[in-house]
Design a binder for this molecule. Structure first.
Ligand code: AMP
Ligand code: ZN
Length: 141
């Protein structure tokens, strides 16, 4: 279903121009206008889904199934040292467009424009606490 006020739905519909990388029945991929690193690509489902929380498993499966071949094509063209896959959900996770998307961000070196900061806390949790937390999450599945 298309959302009339969604910029990515408009891109899928061809109402807004994009640099298309790939398209098939389920998925559309295009270059991110911000090009955090060269080849930075967004992979989106053609049907509108706001974020990972409201995405049915079938749509998530079709979406992620295309990521390896698109990542390999980017690797072939730009020869990066690696790629980061990123999917932001919610404002504090950095989501700015509310149509599910996976960023494929090629990595060239550690000063190439992408930087995810991890503050590790592995000295603050005992295994028993982690297992209790894991059980809570598992119970909710
Ligand atoms: P996020 O912040 O994870 O929601 O990512 C949204 C991304 O969409 C940003 O990296 C934007 O640069 C990108 N973006 C927004 N509008 C367009 C557009 N018209 N064409 C290509 N990329 C876009
Ligand atoms: Zn949409």
């Amino acid at each position: 279903m298309k959302h009339d006020d969604c910029i990515f739905c408009k891109i899928v519909a061809g109402e807004i121009p994009s640099a298309k990388v790939y398209e098939d029945e389920h998925v559309y991929a295009f270059l991110d206008i911000s090009q955090v690193t060269t080849g930075h690509t967004l992979v989106i489902p053609k049907v509108h889904t706001t974020d990972i929380f409201e995405t049915p498993a079938e749509i998530a499966g079709e979406l992620f199934a295309r990521v390896p071949k698109i990542a390999n094509a980017i690797k072939q063209v730009y020869n990066p040292e690696g790629v980061n896959l990123l999917n932001n959900n919610g404002i504090f996770a950095g989501q700015s467009v509310y149509h599910l998307h996976i960023h494929i961000i090629p990595r060239y070196d550690d000063k190439d424009g992408f930087n995810a900061k991890w503050v590790t806390r592995d000295d603050q949790f005992y295994l028993g606490e982690l297992q209790e937390m894991a059980k809570d999450i598992n119970d909710a599945i």
